[in-house]
Design a protein around this ligand. Sequence first.
Ligand SMILES: O=C(O)CCC(=O)C(=O)O
Ligand SMILES: [Fe+2]
Length: 397
Amino acid sequence: MAETEHPRHILHGFLSPNICKELEFIHKSCSTIGYRQSVFSTTLPHLIATNSPHLIMPFIPLREKLKEKVEEFFGCEYELFIEFTGLISWTKGASIGWHSDDNRPYLKQRDYAAVCYLNSYGVDFGGGLFHFQDGEPATFVPMAGDALIYTADSRNVHSVDEITHGERLTLTLWFSRDKSHDEDYKLVSFLTKLPLNYPNTGSNAYLPLPASQNMYWFPPEQSETYESGFDIRCARLHVLGYQLYSKNASFVADAQSSRDFSDIILEPLRVVRGSDLFDYEFANILHLLQVVQFYHWKAPELKLSEVKTEPAKIVSVSASQQENIRLLKLELLKDQHLVETIFQSGMYGEHVEHDLVKFSGMVGLWESYTSNLWHDLVLRLPKWIENQSIFVDTSVE
Ligand SMILES: O=C(O)CCC(=O)C(=O)O
Ligand SMILES: [Fe+2]
């Protein structure tokens, strides 16, 4: 049973290193502008809305296990509902002062919080230490795999120091005793509205569908005019050394065109590294970003000999293509300095392997990862609809 004055607990090593990486892959391919300054988020309804409902699958066992841990520690077995599940990342400048998590009239339903840290202080980001105003521990240092659970009321007033560099990533959940705030009910109703004939033939069914442009423009104040700032999807590619090629970019740049650069990235694109172009058409920017982030999750553990590569499809960029690439970059990354401030972690920067040939082999691996998750989702959905609740169903293993 919890200590009553400041009911809180740390679960060391709650998440495996691989699940931390998988959730990072999901966030870096699907996140949008968050609810506060310099914050980015990936919610489960957003994954469903952007035709990536299969990406909720890795969350399901974690949500369930966390709820059990919270109920067990705080002695409220079978009483809680999950109110919110989301990946939240904080970048340079983000912080939060003393508060409790139920401190707004519209947050009163929150009874408990669980914050799982997916990356580490001093490695992936600087700043971002967590403090409790009273009681022990006074300070918590975020480390990948650890989770912090605490009551959402005034017994656990806390703050988070400003991020100084890098991107601090968490999986955050809130729990409620109030069934009317059950996130599962909402998720099941969204899932029910999906076309039920998937997975249909071909990989088209799995292609992500971008949300509206303003959800991807940073800083959000600039999304009225797009005069300054950047598209976060292009920015995430840029910091990993990838550029975009669209044969339509030069047409759009022509004075008379009524089309916009933000439309170009909703259409087929090719990926470029340095002077090499991978001659494969990705359906849109989110498709390309997912495969790139998948590569960065999986590549370190895979040998070139283990992937089916397409070396013939790596071609040299021509001068006209180069111009095209430059135009697109100019329009979508208006403030490159800001891109680096927000997504590049300086001396802690990403040490990435550069191999476009190996990358070409990832398209197939991404497709099988994706279709496996779809299959799993389709198998489980009928039971979830029947129960109006989302759970790990061992009978379909
Ligand atoms: O990310 C954390 O460590 C805590 C964030 C927090 O306090 C909140 O979102 O309410
Ligand atoms: Fe909080």
